[in-house]
Design a protein around this ligand. Structure first.
Ligand code: NI
Length: 210
């Protein structure tokens, strides 16, 4: 006799139903977020593709704009992110990369010029909080993609900010560590209720954590 529970588990193993895994997100204080992550040896390996698939599920489930592998307890140099269309609505130049999900393996980020911007950030590993963080306005980044292809891009605005935030995770850096005014760190709920008149370039709105 096969009971209903067993029948259910057999059904889930069907090859027509892709395995889905929403991963647990590490929170500030967990050592995986403090250590430098290791390089990915083979970006085209099937387990890396599976990791990216699971990270996408996890990012979507958490309503985030970006996620770094250490945030799901995997200490590898890999990040995913997307630049939401709404972030380009005003003030920012059109970005051909908007809306796409990017996968960066072994990324390296360098600033272009020495201008910085202040902007609000949140992080899935620091839930409930928001802070104003200085970032390079313009950056160039190099990485490898899932098919082993070389990626090189220049980015500015939110795109540059999210890349800097995610790649910081690979070096054990969380956004509060980049802040130069901790009075601009607070609970999202309170910051929304009592907006801070900061010199932030970006309006605080409903933002995705990264
Ligand atoms: Ni983050």
């Amino acid at each position: 006799m096969i009971g209903p529970a067993i029948r259910l588990s057999l059904a889930i193993k069907s090859p027509h139903i892709p395995p889905m895994a929403i991963l647990k997100i590490a929170r500030m204080g967990h050592p995986v977020l403090r250590r430098p992550a290791d390089p990915v040896k083979d970006p085209t390996a099937p387990d890396i593709r599976q990791l990216v698939h699971d990270m996408l599920e996890t990012m979507e489930d958490a309503d985030g704009a970006g996620l770094a592998a250490p945030q799901v307890h995997v200490p590898l140099r890999l990040v995913i992110f997307h630049v939401p269309e709404k972030r380009l609505a005003e003030g920012e130049p059109p970005d051909p990369e908007a809306g796409k999900v990017h996968v960066l393996i072994n990324p390296v980020v360098e600033p272009i010029g020495d201008e910085t911007d202040l902007g609000w950030e949140g992080c899935l590993s620091v839930p409930g909080l928001r802070g104003v963080v200085p970032r390079w306005r313009k950056v160039r980044y190099r990485a490898v993609g899932l098919d082993g292809e070389a990626i090189e891009r220049e980015a500015e605005g939110f795109h540059a900010r999210v890349v800097q935030h995610e790649c910081d995770h690979l070096d054990g850096v969380l956004y509060p560590m980049r802040m130069n005014d901790l009075s601009l760190l607070g609970f999202e709920e309170e910051m929304g209720r009592y907006p801070v008149g900061s010199s932030s370039e970006e309006e605080e709105e409903e933002e995705e954590d990264v």
